[in-house]
Design a binder for this molecule. Sequence first.
Ligand code: PLP
Length: 453
Amino acid sequence: MRSSSVPAVDATGPAADSASLAELDRRLLWHPFTQQRGWQQEPAILIERARGTTLFDTEGRAYIDGVSSLWCNVHGHGHPVIDAAVRDQLGRVAHSTMLGLSHPPAVRLAKRLLEVAPAGLSRVFYSDNGSTAVEIALKMAFQFWAQRRGRSGSERERTGFIHLRNAYHGDTVGSVSVGGIDLFHQLYRPLLFDSWQAEPGDVADMERLLACHADAVAAVVVEPLVQGAAGILVHPPGYLRAVRELCDRHDVLLICDEVATGFGRTGTMFACQQEDVAPDLMCVAKGLTGGYLPLAATLTTERIYEGFLGEHEEFRTFFHGHTYTGNPLACAAALATLELFDSERTLERVRETSALFGALLAERIEPLDTVREVRRLGMMCGIELVAFELAQRMSHQVTLAARRRGAIIRPLGDVLVLMPPLSITAAELDRLVSVTAEAISEATAPSALPRAA
Ligand code: PLP
C-alpha cells in the first residue's frame, strides 16, 4: 500500500518525463545547503548524462560543468580509462569491507598515493567523504596525544585545536567544531568542542595562540594556500611554511585539509607541496576518484601510526571505521585517476590552462563595475561581487543567468565560484568565462534590479 503522502506520479517507468520527475523532486527531496522554499519556486534541472566538461539535462540541454560537480571532477566526465577501471572492478567485487579484510585496489592505491604525497607521509586510512577524512585526522591527533600522555603521565591533556577564521572542513560535528564560517557553524556552537580561531594569513596571530596554548593543543588544522568555501581566499605566500615551522617549534601536529585543493586544483598535486610542507596528517577526498565515487583518505606519518601500536589489552586501537571505507570500485577509480595524471600530463597542462584562465578573467571579469575582486590560484577562482541587498540574492541571480546561457556555476555568499575540471579545453574555458561575464552584466544591470520605493 502506498503512503498517502507519496504522490501518484510514476517517475520510474520509461514514460517518466522531466516535468513529472521535477515535480516529484519538489515533493520528496530535501537538497543540501538549499532553502527549500526557494527551490520549490524555481525550475529544477535534472542531469541525465555527462561527457568531458559537459552536463546534459533530461531535456537534452547542455551545460559546461563550471564547478566540477562540486569541486571533484578532474579529468572530465565519462573518461574511458576511469570507466573501464570501474567496470573491470565491478566484474570482480563491488564492495568488501576493510575491517578485518583487505583488497588489491586498496593496497595498490595506498602505494600510489604515498608516492605522490609529500615525503614523510607513510600510512593511509580510508573513509568515504571529506568531512570524515577531517574527523578522522582530529580524532587521530587527539588520541595520539592522549596515549602518549598515558605512557609518560607527564604532559597536560591536549584536547584543543587551532583553526582559521572562515575555515571550512565539512559538516560533521567534529569538522564543524574546527569550522570558522559563522553562517554555517555558529548555530551549532553548543554541540561543539573547543577550538581557538587564528586570523588567516597572519603568522603573528598563530604565533601568539601557540605561545599561549601549545601544551593544550592537539593540532593546528588548515586548508593549505586556499580557503575554498570562504570564497576562494588565497593566503599570502610563505604563510603555510611559517605555520609548519611554528607547529614544529611548539611540538603541535599540523593537519592539512587538501579535500578541495588536492589533485592538481591549485596547479600542483597537493597545495602544501608549493611551500615544501609535509603535514603530520593530510586529508584527501573529492578529486581522489576523479569525481566518480565517494572515497576519502587520511594520510599520516610513522610517528603518529606508531603511537597507536600496543598489545591487544592496552586498547590503543583506533576505534573508527565506516561500512564503505576504501570501497573497491572507488579505489579502482582513484587508481585510474592517478594514472591519468601521468599519461595525460595533467599537471603540465594545468599550468597552461591556469595561465589562460587568469588572462580571460583579467580581460572579461575584472573590468566589470559590479565585480569587487577576482581571486584565483590554479583552477580555483572566486569572483566577489560588490555588495547588493541580501534579499536580491545577486550571486544566485547570476548563476541562473549563467544557466540560461549553458553554464553551471555556484554562489558562495557574494562570491561566484568557477572551478572547472582540470581537463577543460581552451575553447570551453573561454566560453565559461564569457558566459559568466554576460550573466553578471545581465543580472546586475540597473534594468534587472528592483526599483527603489
Ligand atoms: N574540507 C574542505 C576544505 C572542503 O572544501 C570540503 C567540502 O567542500 C570538505 C572538507 C568536506 O568534504 P565532503 O563534502 O566530501 O564531506
